[in-house]
Design a protein around this ligand. Structure first.
Ligand code: EPU
Length: 350
C-alpha cells in the first residue's frame, strides 16, 4: 500500500475544484483497503471513499483525514443460468462506461441506457445511478463491501441495499459505513434494449426495425453529449458533477398545487409518475423557470449552456462559489414555486 500526503483532489473529480487530501491511498486490492482503513483507525482519521469523482463537490479546504480511492479492477463473467441470465462481477474501481461497453459487446441487456455516465462501478449502487429509463437497482444482484464497523468483508443482496430514486443505504442510513469493493450485475444475453424514455423514442422515430443494444448505447451517448452530460475533453460544459439537483418527488396533492401555480403563469409543468401515489417533477424546468437560463452566470461558475440542471466550473472556480450559486437557485425556486430542491452530488469536507 502506497500512502501519499497532501494530494490535490480537484484533478480526481469531474467538477475539478476543491482542496487536497491530507492522506491518500489508491487501493488496488481488498488487502490495500484493509491496510488503509487500519492506518486511519489507528490515527482516528476520518475516511472518505473516492470512486470516479463524478458526483462530488470537494470543499476548498479539502479533506483533513484519509481519502481512499478504490481502484479494484476486473470484469468477471459467470456462466449463464437456466433463465438465460449472466452474472458479471465487476471491481468497484472499473470505469463504469467500460463495463457498459463490455456488456453491450457481449449482447447482454440491462445497462445499455446507462451508457456514457462518468464515474466508477463502485459509485453506481450508492446513488442508484439511473438514466433514460433504467436504474442499476434493476440489475444489481449483490454488492461486496468492507464493513468499517467490524472489519468484515460481506455480500449485501439487492434488497439489503434499500434502493429508491437516487438513494440506497450507502447514502442514507449507513452512509460512511461500507467500502464498496465489487458489484455483481445480472444481465440478459440476447435481451432487448429498454426504449421507454421519451428522448430515446424520439431518437428512433420513424425506424422500421427495432434498434439493437449497440445502437441504443450510441443513441444514449449522442443524447447525453447534446446535453453536456458526456465528458468531452475541452468542452467547458462538461466540468460539472452531472445533475446538481434531484428531481423533486411530490405527492399527488403537492403536484397538483405546483401544476396549478405553473398554469397560473401559463406554463405546463413536466412531470412523470414516480413511486406509488407520487410524481417526479423536472428540477431542470423549475430552475429555468426561476430565472436561471442555460448559460446563466458570470465569472467562474455558471449553469451549463446545454442543460439547466448542471452547475459548471468555467475555470478557476472554488467550492464556495459553487455553493453560493446552489443557494441562490434553491432560494429563488423556493420563493417562486414553494419547492425545496435537494442537491444530488456528495459534499466532501464541508
Ligand atoms: N428540461 C428543462 N431544461 C433543461 C433540461 C431539461 O426544462 O435544460 C426539462 C424538460 O422538460 C425535460 C425534462 O426536464 O423533458 C427532463 O430532462 P432530462 O431528460 O434531461 O432529465 P433530467 O431530469 O434533467 C435526469 C437525471 C440524469 C439523467 C437524465 C436522463 C436526475 C437528478 N437526473 O435528468 O442523471 O441522465 O434524467 O435520464 O435524476 C445525474 O443524476 O447526475 C444525471 C445526469
Amino acid at each position: 500500500m502506497l500512502l501519499q500526503e497532501n494530494i490535490p483532489l480537484a484533478p480526481l473529480t469531474t467538477l475539478r475544484l476543491g482542496g487536497p487530501a491530507r492522506f491518500f491511498v489508491e487501493a488496488k486490492s481488498i488487502s490495500d483497503v484493509q491496510e488503509a482503513v487500519a492506518f486511519a483507525q489507528a490515527r482516528k482519521l476520518a475516511v472518505f471513499i473516492l470512486g470516479g469523482g463524478s458526483n462530488l463537490v470537494v470543499a476548498d479546504n479539502g479533506w483533513p483525514g484519509l481519502v481512499l480511492k478504490v481502484a479494484i479492477s476486473g470484469i468477471e463473467e459467470h456462466p449463464e443460468n437456466a433463465q438465460g441470465e449472466t452474472l458479471f462481477d465487476v471491481g468497484a474501481g472499473e470505469y463504469w462506461d467500460r463495463f457498459v461497453a463490455h456488456a453491450v459487446r457481449a449482447q447482454c441487456a440491462g445497462v445499455e441506457c446507462l451508457s456514457g455516465i462518468p464515474g466508477s462501478v463502485g459509485g453506481t449502487p450508492v446513488q442508484n445511478v439511473g438514466a433514460y429509463g433504467q436504474e442499476v437497482s434493476e440489475t444489481i444482484e449483490s454488492v461486496q463491501v468492507f464493513d468499517l464497523k467490524d472489519g468484515q468483508v460481506r455480500d449485501l443482496c439487492s434488497e439489503a441495499c434499500g434502493f429508491t430514486y437516487r438513494s440506497s443505504i450507502f447514502n442514507t442510513s449507513e452512509r460512511g459505513r461500507f467500502v464498496i469493493l465489487r458489484v455483481s450485475y445480472r444481465l440478459t444475453r440476447g435481451g432487448e434494449p429498454r426504449l421507454d424514455y421519451a428522448d430515446l423514442k424520439r431518437h428512433f422515430e420513424g425506424r422500421e426495425t427495432r434498434p439493437n443494444l449497440a445502437e441504443t448505447r450510441a443513441a444514449v451517448r449522442h443524447i447525453r453529449a447534446r446535453k453536456g452530460m458526456l465528458i468531452v475533453e475541452g468542452d467547458p460544459d462538461c466540468q460539472s458533477a452531472g445533475s446538481f439537483f434531484k428531481n423533486p418527488v411530490l405527492s399527488e396533492q403537492q403536484h397538483e398545487d405546483l401544476a396549478g401555480r405553473a398554469a397560473a403563469k401559463g406554463l405546463t409543468l413536466p412531470s412523470y409518475p414516480a413511486l406509488e401515489k407520487s410524481r417526479k417533477v423536472s428540477a431542470a424546468w423549475l430552475v429555468e423557470k426561476s430565472g436561471f437560463a442555460r448559460g446563466y452566470g458570470f465569472g467562474n461558475v455558471g449553469i451549463s449552456s446545454k442543460h439547466a440542471l448542471a452547475i459548471v466550473n468555467r475555470g478557476g472556480a472554488t467550492a464556495a462559489e459553487v455553493l453560493a450559486l446552489k443557494g441562490e437557485i434553491q432560494q429563488r425556486v423556493e420563493e417562486l414555486w414553494e419547492v425545496r430542491l435537494e442537491p444530488e452530488p456528495v459534499m466532501v469536507g464541508f
